[in-house]
Design a protein around this ligand. Structure first.
Ligand SMILES: Cc1cc2nc3c(=O)[nH]c(=O)nc-3n(C[C@H](O)[C@H](O)[C@H](O)COP(=O)(O)O)c2cc1C
Length: 132
């Protein structure tokens, strides 16, 4: 498991991060990710999680996707959101990973409800991913 964190993190203040994220999206910024793995050669399937930010992926996700040649790999996306479900995020991922297979995603409202674990289990099963 790799957690995407930044060399220069966004603010922890909600109103400030709203502005920072919007500005980064307008600029199509590619914030520098901390300790990126050299390559993803040993992985065929990438389960990619992110929050819906301004109806799309946060720009660090774009930086992550752009950093690697993901052709032939499978991406299984999931996102948390405040009501906007995936927004345009699946389109954005498809554009950044044009030669990857993108499987059915899972969107979760904030941190999910009481059915979260069964929702996740069903989603993994539907995508043919083994879990314990
Ligand atoms: C910068 C920013 C932009 C956001 N934009 C959206 C949005 O466009 N649509 C939406 O449904 N939720 C939006 N949200 C809400 C987040 O998706 C929600 O807070 C997140 O999925 C929950 O995870 P968290 O607890 O890590 O923030 C936004 C949140 C932030 C911080």
């Amino acid at each position: 498991m790799f957690e995407i964190t930044l060399v220069h993190p966004y603010s922890t203040n909600y109103n400030t991060v709203l502005m920072e994220a919007q500005e980064d999206q307008h600029k199509q910024a590619r914030p520098e990710i901390k300790d990126l793995p050299d390559n993803l050669d040993e992985y065929d399937v990438i389960i990619l999680g992110y929050p819906n930010w301004w109806a799309s992926i946060p720009m660090p996700i774009a930086a992550f996707l752009e950093h690697y040649d993901l052709s032939g790999k499978t991406i299984v996306p999931f996102c948390s959101h405040g009501g906007g479900r995936f927004g345009q995020s699946l389109t954005a991922i498809a554009k950044l990973a044009p030669d990857s297979v993108i499987k059915d995603g899972l969107s979760v409202h904030y941190s999910g409800g009481s059915t979260l674990s069964s929702d996740v289990a069903l989603w993994l099963e539907e995508n043919g991913i083994a879990h314990n």
